[in-house]
Design a binder for this molecule. Sequence first.
Ligand code: ADP
Ligand code: X2W
Length: 258
Amino acid sequence: MSDSRTLVLKLGGRLLQDPSALTALLQICRQLKRQRPLLLVHGGGAQVDQWLQQFGFTTEKLDGQRVSPPEQMPVICGALAGAVNAELVGLADTAGLRPVGLTLAAGGSCHFQRNSRLGAVAHPVPADPALLQQLLAADWTPVVSSIGHDEAGQLLNINADLAAAALCQLLHGQLVLLTDVAGVLDSHGNVVAELSSVQAAEMVSNGEIQGGMKVKLDAALDTAKVLNDSIIVAGWQQPDALLALVTGDAVGTRISVK
Ligand SMILES: Nc1ncnc2c1ncn2[C@@H]1O[C@H](COP(=O)(O)OP(=O)(O)O)[C@@H](O)[C@H]1O
Ligand SMILES: CC(=O)N[C@@H](CCC(=O)OP(=O)(O)O)C(=O)O
């Protein structure tokens, strides 16, 4: 039986700075979208680093997340919800995906719990699926940046893996996190094909999984638990593998709660 769940695909890392790799991936997305609804969530951490530097700010990450002082938010938002989102929408349009650029707050899709240790950073909580469901039902492809806002309208920066996880939970979709590495790597640099929560906890406690990959793992395990499903972390370098991946073939790391 074919899978009719929305494919929630998170794009991150160097992919977002490589228009030809992005174009190749979006062609695969076009094929996938013929079979099932598609929603793209994007990061852009590298672009944020560059923009902050150009504006004369220093920046640091804590536990894989960016410390985001409120005065830096116009720059962070300009990079993520502005340039990166608009560029991705442009390429997705060319690829025939019928994209609609949105932030994570659009239509009240998510609510946000502030993590004040990190400044204007929050954890996204799935809230209202109506807008995204309507867009998906009308054959649009939402292209979502990880920018939110609080009740007072203050801008919030959300890690894009957590953003993708929240939207996947909201839509009961299938989550695939694409990144620069081919999957979760062990201490020898080999891809771990299957990872349970118990094994993941061991790899985190012995320092084998750190930083951005730890955040990805938290997002994946939370979603695996909520949806009772496995989550894929894979590299974007072989876009053809994405077709095999959604039919259940082994690509990257499959993360599940066991
Ligand atoms: N065990 C691990 N396996 C793979 N990557 C790891 C691991 N531990 C830490 N990392 C780091 O996590 C990075 C992926 O996280 P991140 O840079 O946040 O990705 P993205 O920008 O795609 O969200 C990898 O490129 C690598 O530097
Ligand atoms: C709070 C936090 O860390 N926000 C991230 C949002 C972008 C992101 O997650 O980009 P990648 O997926 O490309 O890493 C940041 O400012 O870098």
